[in-house]
Design a protein. Structure first.
Length: 166
């Protein structure tokens, strides 16, 4: 009976870490839904097409940079296990620095990125114009988004999933 209680306690502890992340990840598609709802009221369909294509390109870029969260989680968990909270700070600092450097690189290379994306797209000229406009605005969220990925990884590595939700 004691083994079963210890197992239940361990599962409860894991669930308390995992459930906030599940809820947080369920909210991510809502951002695109808001953009779609706002632009969906405009009279021409190419506006919506531009938001859809631009949002897909931005989502792909951020997905490709998701290693910032994953690696920060692992490194922070190791440091947290070895030395507590203080040992996790250098990993956070390195992660934020890397996120800011990658953000600067994205901002500098936004024109080649969008041009390459258009090469693989079969959209109309009107949609591509709206995509470029949408992308040129959304790409400026890169520093905040990438630093947020690092912070989420850091909080998760410290077993504080609730803080990662805010």
């Amino acid at each position: 009976m004691l083994k079963r209680s210890a197992l239940w306690q361990k599962q409860r502890q894991i669930a308390l870490i995992a459930l906030p992340m599940v809820l947080s990840n369920l909210c991510v598609p809502l951002l695109g839904l808001v953009d779609t709802a706002v632009v969906g009221h405009l009279p021409e369909p190419h506006y919506l097409g531009g938001v859809a294509l631009g949002g897909s390109i931005i989502s792909l870029l951020y997905f490709l940079l998701g290693f910032l969260r994953m690696s920060t989680t692992g490194l922070t968990a190791q440091a947290y296990g070895r030395g507590g909270d203080a040992a996790t700070v250098p990993g956070l600092q390195q992660g934020i620095l890397l996120a800011l450097l990658l953000s600067a690189l994205l901002l500098l290379l936004q024109w080649p990125v969008i041009t390459l994306s258009f090469y693989f797209s079969d959209a109309s000229t009107a949609v591509l114009q709206q995509t470029e406009l949408y992308f040129s605005v959304r790409i400026w969220s890169a520093p905040a988004t990438l630093v947020n990925l690092v912070l989420m990884g850091w909080f998760l590595g410290r077993q504080n999933a609730r803080a990662a939700m805010w």
